[in-house]
Write a protein of this length. Structure first.
Length: 78
């Protein structure tokens, strides 16, 4: 999936290696002031873990940990 761009209103471009040390993404077109937290995104990723049984669940046993590196200040997009 690395190196692909998806979307029109919000565009997500991914980078990194699927089974490497990190996989990241850049979201373009996101307006300032939206509420956004690592915890909310982490909850969505956790639902994909093995044994969760939800849509998009995966058999892989790699840990996923969200880190917002820029574009968010005090829980809001900038």
């Amino acid at each position: 999936m690395s190196g692909n761009t998806f979307g029109r209103l919000f565009r997500l471009t991914t980078y990194g290696e699927s089974h490497g040390p990190a996989l990241g993404g850049v979201i373009d077109g996101c307006p300032a002031g939206l509420s956004l937290s690592e915890e909310t995104i982490q909850e969505a990723l956790d639902r994909r873990r093995p044994g969760q049984g939800g849509p998009g669940a995966t058999a892989r046993k790699e840990p996923d940990r969200v880190r917002l590196l820029s574009g968010v200040f005090e829980g809001r997009t900038t």
